[in-house]
Design a protein around this ligand. Structure first.
Ligand code: F6P
Length: 555
């Protein structure tokens, strides 16, 4: 029985946490001039510098031992081979199969799923080429110019982040919009100014049952029919990406316009599937394949590299060191790349919805911390927002800096400033500034760790590798914490209560706490007032209309 917190390696790390609590990261470099070379790794065009961490050689060795003595190797093999590791939903976890560029089969319930995956990619290829070339026409014979993805969570964050990150590769005659929030202002803003003749809606929802997405899809359909004519054929304008074909067809989407994927693809791991349709439409199918190839290269690295030379394993172990032994509660993601401004939000769902768990695989409450609060914002903006706390605050916040070396020739001066700012910040966090005689309020204690991830360029391939790196980091932490990183029972309660409260709001139900009841009353009264006002508005406009028709008739 795997008992993490009573293991010898865990206790060794507890001892080391005490022993090294006064260590200074800067001293590690003085003690070992080779530290940077020893604690940096390159995989293709991705370079990881993990030398600015509060990790001595002895701590690193003990962390590797923790991984060795955990179920990691076995769990990793199980995932890639399609075993049912998402035990509470009785599913395999096979986002890696979606980008499997090798010819080895991946068997689920006795069937090799690779032929289905390849068929799905063929459909994606044919469709994206038709739309991008203009061959796919709307009802009035015009090409698609605006694509609107309607989805939330993993059906939004992944494709949205990738499309924004790779905007330089975007089709010059097409624009991409993402509607996710149920807040009507979101869809209203996106739809205003769009032409229904040249707009393609993609309803992206694994279950086709998510309240926000269904309401937004219905509103989009109504907008389309009201701005064309109720009889207009919406076939050319509504596509679905879902595992629930029946519900998609019931919504009115033609069978041939439904891109399927499978239950063994988790929402937050689904951008490699047909959920990535907006990406293929934006950057082209061939570049979408490059994204998959980059992820595949990281998969191979994760599977084959020794644990102490394994990027996802090292990031995961350093994170475990901070979370479980140095009491870090959050992980900051700070891309020094404005094109990656949505990466922190994507990684928030990936990490927090995967490892925000407190019961282990054996059904026992854990007695150690698990997933951190992941947050972040681009640099250099963060320097003018929250870096003050990071430099002089009382909290211990590990940071991942992410950047790409290459910029286009027009922005070289800016890019140089961006990169030198990042290097300066990582250096300042580590060394601080405590000159003799310096007043405390002005001094920076330093000794604040960071990882630096550098891509040669922000290309589809390198972005694919970066995303897969974090997917596997999350996997490694979950395996060591012995939790299920692939279910999300915690989100079901909120979904159920939202439906219930919206139904009960008229009933003045007393089953809720006084606060909820009081708030329901406030909302109910506002809704009733607005309902009366809009009815009054409608009746006066219809009265005016009928007056107009009467006048017209008399004229
Ligand atoms: O947040 C809960 C969740 O189920 C996510 O895991 C998922 O990505 C999102 O809601 C949307 O679900 P669907 O794609 O089924 O609409």
């Amino acid at each position: 029985m795997y008992q993490l917190s009573s293991s010898v390696t865990w206790k060794k790390l507890q001892t080391l946490a005490e022993k090294t609590q006064d260590d200074r990261i800067a001293d590690y470099f003085r003690e070992d001039p080779e530290r940077f070379d020893k604690m940096s790794l390159r995989l293709g065009e991705l370079f990881l510098d993990f030398s600015k961490n509060k990790v001595s050689d002895e701590v690193l060795k003990a962390l590797i031992a923790l991984a060795e003595h955990s179920p990691l190797r076995q769990r990793r093999a199980q995932m890639f081979s399609g075993d049912i590791i998402n035990t509470t939903e009785n599913r395999p976890v096979l986002h890696t199969a979606l980008r499997n560029r090798g010819d080895e089969p991946v068997v689920v319930n006795g069937k090799d799923v690779m032929p289905d995956i390849q068929a799905g990619l063929k459909k994606l290829e044919a469709f994206s080429k038709k739309v991008r070339s203009g061959e796919w026409k709307g009802f009035s014979g015009k090409r698609v110019r605006d694509v609107v993805n309607i989805g939330i969570g993993g059906s939004d964050l992944g494709p949205n982040m990738v499309c924004r990150a790779l905007l330089n590769y975007n089709h010059p005659e097409m624009k991409f919009h993402f509607i996710s929030n149920v807040d009507g202002q979101h869809i209203k803003k996106v739809l205003s100014g769009l032409n229904p003749e040249t707009t393609l809606f993609i309803v992206s929802t694994k279950t086709f049952s998510t309240q926000e997405t269904l309401l937004n899809a219905k509103t989009a359909r109504r907008w389309f029919l009201e701005n064309t004519s109720a009889q207009t054929d919406m076939t050319q304008h509504f596509i679905a990406v879902s595992t629930n074909q029946a519900a998609a067809m019931e919504f009115g989407i033609k069978r041939e316009n439904i891109f399927e994927f499978w239950a063994w693809v988790g929402g937050r791991y689904s951008l490699w599937s047909s959920i990535g349709l907006p990406i293929a439409l934006s950057i082209g199918y061939d570049r979408f394949i490059e994204l998959l190839e980059g992820a595949y290269e990281m998969d191979r690295h994760f599977m084959e590299a020794p644990l102490d030379q394994n990027m996802p394993v090292l990031l995961a172990l350093i994170g475990i060191w901070y979370i479980n032994f140095l009491d870090a509660e959050t992980q900051a993601i700070i891309p020094y790349d404005q094109a990656l401004h949505q990466l922190p939000a994507f990684l928030q769902q990936l990490d927090m919805e995967s490892n925000g768990k407190s019961v282990d695989l054996d059904g026992h409450p854990v007695d150690y911390a698990t997933g951190p609060i992941v947050w972040g914002q681009t640099g250099s903006n963060g320097q003018h927002a929250f870096f003050q706390l990071l430099h002089q605050g009382t909290r211990f916040v590990p940071i991942d800096f992410i950047a790409s070396l290459e910029s286009d020739e027009k922005t070289q001066e800016h890019h140089f400033a961006l990169l030198t700012n990042m290097l300066a910040q990582a250096n300042a966090f580590m060394n601080g500034d405590q000159k003799d005689g310096m007043l405390d309020y002005a001094s920076c204690p330093g000794n604040r760790p960071s990882n630096i991830l550098l891509m040669d360029q922000l290309s589809p391939r390198n972005l694919g590798a970066l995303i897969a790196l974090y997917e596997h980091k999350v996997f490694v932490q979950g395996a060591i914490w012995n939790i299920n990183s692939f279910d999300q029972w915690g989100v079901q309660l909120g979904k159920r209560l939202a439906t219930e409260i919206s139904r009960n709001i008229e009933l003045k139900s007393s089953e809720y706490d006084p606060s909820t009841q009081g708030l329901m009353e406030i909302v109910r009264q506002k809704m009733q007032t607005q309902h009366k006002e809009s009815n009054a508005g409608n009746s006066s406009s219809s009265a005016a209309a009928s007056k107009k028709t009467t006048k017209a008739a008399k004229a």
